[in-house]
Design a protein around this ligand. Structure first.
Ligand code: G3P
Length: 215
């Protein structure tokens, strides 16, 4: 499973790259707003930093405007993937862009039927938001299982990119189900390596090592 970092914060991206846990980057308007920086500047810096796929989200809500923005973002680098909301106008834009060979990440996906439409439109990735479903007492990972089954039934090329990840169990379950990608906030990336028994075991090893006679 590929690990993307869900962030527009260059400092976080650098740290994830240094851990070997950054196969790509996903941004969205809210993540960019958190940086307090102009998107042009942020995208240019991320493209220079990260070799993997980098999702840049359009903000137009009509297909023509989405395609126009997409073509502008695509010029930043071959690794730029255009993030498009899963609305009818977005599906129209995905069809145009996929026919042009522009990679797309269809976002704000909350149902398996939506994901089916994204695949049929030619999306490169689909981003089901598991955390936001869990937040309203629905089972986000059950959606991932449904989408993966449907995509396998018809051999769709669209990759399932698990998004809105809230904790390590989302990452574990995504891997168990065979999702292609999980896009993970840096705070969750940092949690993945942690286990209290590892910490206590290391502490004991080091304490015992102190008892080993030193020449
Ligand atoms: O990539 C989508 C992700 O950033 C949404 O996460 O936490 O806003 O639901 P969240």
């Amino acid at each position: 499973m590929q690990f993307f970092i869900d962030s527009a914060d260059v400092g976080e991206i650098k740290k994830a790259l240094a851990l070997g846990l950054c196969d790509g980057v996903t941004t969205n308007p809210s993540l960019v707003a958190k940086t307090g920086r102009a998107f042009d500047e942020v995208l240019r810096e991320i493209v220079a930093l990260a070799p993997g796929p980098i999702s840049a989200e359009v903000t137009a809500i009509d297909a023509e405007g989405m395609v126009r923005e997409a073509r502008a973002y695509a010029k930043y680098g071959d690794q730029v993937v255009i993030k498009i909301p899963l609305i009818v106008e977005g599906l129209r834009a995905v069809k145009v862009l996929s026919d042009e060979g522009v990679k797309t990440n269809v976002t704000l996906c909350f149902s398996a039927v939506q994901a089916l439409l994204a695949a049929k439109a030619g999306a490169t990735y689909v981003s089901p938001f598991v955390g936001r479903l869990d937040d309203i007492s629905q089972d986000g990972m059950a959606l991932i299982a449904d989408i993966l089954q449907i995509y396998r039934n018809y051999d769709f090329d669209t990759k399932v990119l698990v998004a809105s990840v809230r904790h390590p169990v989302h990452v574990l379950e995504a891997a168990r189900l065979g999702a292609d990608v999980a896009t993970i906030p840096f705070a969750v990336i940092e949690q993945l390596a942690k286990h209290p028994l590892t910490d206590s075991g290391l502490k004991k090893f080091l304490a015992d090592w102190e008892k080993v006679p030193k020449k």
